[in-house]
Structure formats: structure tokens, C-alpha cells
Design a protein around this ligand. Structure first.
Ligand code: G
Ligand code: G
Ligand code: MN
Ligand code: NA
Length: 254
């Protein structure tokens, strides 16, 4: 309860901020865009990671306010980088299942794009595989509406849920993100290797792009390159960074 009040107050004070983690194109080596990840900067100077506040934010519904603050922050920042000449860069934002079930989601996103002038076609909404499979009728219509707005759709933490090929084929999905739990054991582990290869070839069949999450080593990167995974993300390229550090990172790609 105490923590909930802290969270409520922090939302009121706009203490939530976006950090940015790069997403790279494996073939070209180009920077594809940035994923916004929420951080809570408390007034005592400490930074609270999402694992510690997202679950409570979801339980209390505060995730709607917090999520909106992070997306607004990230869209505004991205527009500055676009103005600096990096106008091809995409922005990915995470939407938790509570946000995804919110009947106001589409209006919120539309209003945020209007307000910040961030171009819809450069926005990717990431939903987890389990959130997508929760209520497939709702998922299908919501994803279709997002797609109609020009927004791209990624399935996050892919491989950890129970989606069937049939749904993946019906949902308008642009990108599958292979969960980092499969990447961590590459290239040595035979099971992880088989799973990663299966996800990549399945997504090719469905004409969906694939990204590997949690790439930390050159060997993991090489594995993804050899198996024709499209994109990669992980500490090998960059950790989630504050806007200033992310700006420096981006400028090295000029
Ligand atoms: O680096 P990391 O600790 O940022 O993220 C931990 C988890 O929190 C991830 O599962 C991520 O999807 C989730 N997360 C991070 N930022 C946000 C956000 O802005 N909104 C939502 N809904 N989830 C987020
Ligand atoms: O669930 P989601 O994929 O949105 O959240 C990404 C999470 O993965 C964040 O907590 C982020 O900090 C973390 N992350 C990103 N890259 C790496 C990596 O290379 N290794 C590990 N262990 N975690 C990573
Ligand atoms: Mn994500
Ligand atoms: Na992810």
C-alpha cells in the first residue's frame, strides 16, 4: 500500500522516463531504431527498474498513466533525433496486457501521435506473446486497428507463450522478437539452437521479420547472421541508456 502511494505520487510528478536500447539490422549493420524502456527516477536520486514497479503499476491500473508518460517522452525525444538528421529511426514501445485490454488504447495512441507529431509508420508497438493470446478476438481487432493507423506490431518475448501458427498467420504482425532466454544459451546449446532456427524459419514462411533479444556475445550475433535473423538487440550493441547517452550512440551511426 505504501509502495502504491509512492507510485501514484511518482506518476503525478512525472518521475517516469524513457531509456533507449538500440535495435540493429544484422545484414547492413545499420541502426534500425530504439526501444523505449521505462525507468523510475526517485527524488532521492535512486533509479528503480521496471521489474520492481511494472507489476504493481499493472495491478493498480497506474500502468495506463505511466505507460502514456513513457511513450510521450520517447516520441518527443525521437522527434528531436529525427530533426537532427536521423529521420529513418524507429521507436518501439512496450504495451503490457492491461494497457492492451484498455478500451481507450487506440484513442490514447492516436492522441499521442497527434500531440508529438511522431510518424505512425515509425512506431512499433510491442506486445508479449502471452498478452496476444489472452483474448484472441480482441487481439485481432486491436492489431488490425493499429495496423490501419500505420503502426507496426511486434510480438515480444516470443517462444515463451503458446501461440499457434494459425493465429500468427491471422494477426497482422511485422516482427517477432525471440525471447532472450533462448539466445543466452547460443550457440552451444542444441535445444536453444533448434528453437531459434525454428522461429526464424517459421517467420520467413509467414513473411514476418525476426529480431533476437539479449544478444551479448559475438558468437550469438554470428549465429543470428548465419541463420538470417533480420535484427538484433542486446548488451553487445548497447544497454538501455538515458536520452543523452542514446543521442551519442545514434550520432556514431551518421
Ligand atoms: O530493461 P528492462 O528492465 O527495461 O525491462 C523489464 C521489463 O519491463 C520488460 O519486460 C519490459 O517489457 C517491461 N517494460 C519496460 N518499460 C516498459 C513500459 O514503458 N511499459 C510497459 N508496459 N512495460 C515496460
Ligand atoms: O521484455 P522486454 O523484451 O521488453 O524487455 C527487455 C529487457 O531485456 C529489459 O529488461 C532489458 O534491460 C533486458 N535486456 C536487453 N538486452 C539484454 C541483454 O543483452 N542481456 C540481458 N540479460 N538482458 C537484456
Ligand atoms: Mn520489449
Ligand atoms: Na523484449
Amino acid at each position: 500500500m505504501v509502495m502504491e502511494n509512492h507510485l501514484r505520487r511518482a506518476a503525478h510528478l512525472h518521475e517516469f522516463q524513457a531509456y533507449y536500447q538500440p535495435l540493429v539490422e544484422i545484414d547492413s549493420g545499420r541502426l534500425s531504431g530504439m526501444e523505449a524502456l521505462a525507468r523510475w527516477h526517485r527524488d532521492d536520486g535512486t533509479t528503480v527498474p521496471p521489474d520492481e514497479f511494472i507489476p504493481l503499476a499493472e495491478k493498480t491500473g497506474l500502468i495506463l498513466t505511466i505507460g502514456e508518460q513513457v511513450i510521450r517522452d520517447a516520441c518527443r525525444q525521437m522527434c528531436r533525433w529525427h530533426a537532427d538528421g536521423f529521420d529513418h529511426l524507429g521507436l518501439s514501445v512496450n504495451i503490457s496486457s492491461i494497457q492492451f485490454q484498455d478500451p481507450g488504447l487506440l484513442d490514447r495512441i492516436r492522441a499521442l501521435l497527434d500531440e508529438t507529431t511522431f510518424p505512425a509508420h515509425l512506431l512499433t508497438v510491442e506486445i508479449t506473446e502471452s498478452a496476444a493470446m489472452d483474448n484472441v478476438g480482441h487481439t485481432l481487432s486491436t492489431l488490425q486497428s493499429l495496423r490501419a493507423m500505420g503502426i507496426k506490431i511486434a510480438i515480444d518475448d516470443f517462444g515463451t507463450g503458446y501461440s499457434s501458427l494459425g493465429y500468427l498467420k491471422r494477426f497482422p504482425v511485422d516482427l517477432l522478437k525471440i525471447d532472450k532466454s533462448f539466445v543466452v544459451d547460443l550457440p552451444g546449446d542444441a535445444d536453444a539452437s533448434a528453437i531459434a532456427q525454428t522461429i526464424i524459419s517459421m517467420s520467413r514462411t509467414l513473411n514476418i521479420q525476426v529480431a533476437a533479444e539479449g544478444v551479448e556475445t559475438e558468437e550469438q550475433y554470428r549465429f543470428m547472421k548465419e541463420h538470417q535473423c533480420h535484427k538484433a538487440q542486446g548488451f553487445l550493441f548497447g544497454r538501455p541508456m538515458v536520452a543523452a547517452a542514446a543521442g551519442e550512440f545514434i550520432s556514431r551511426f551518421r
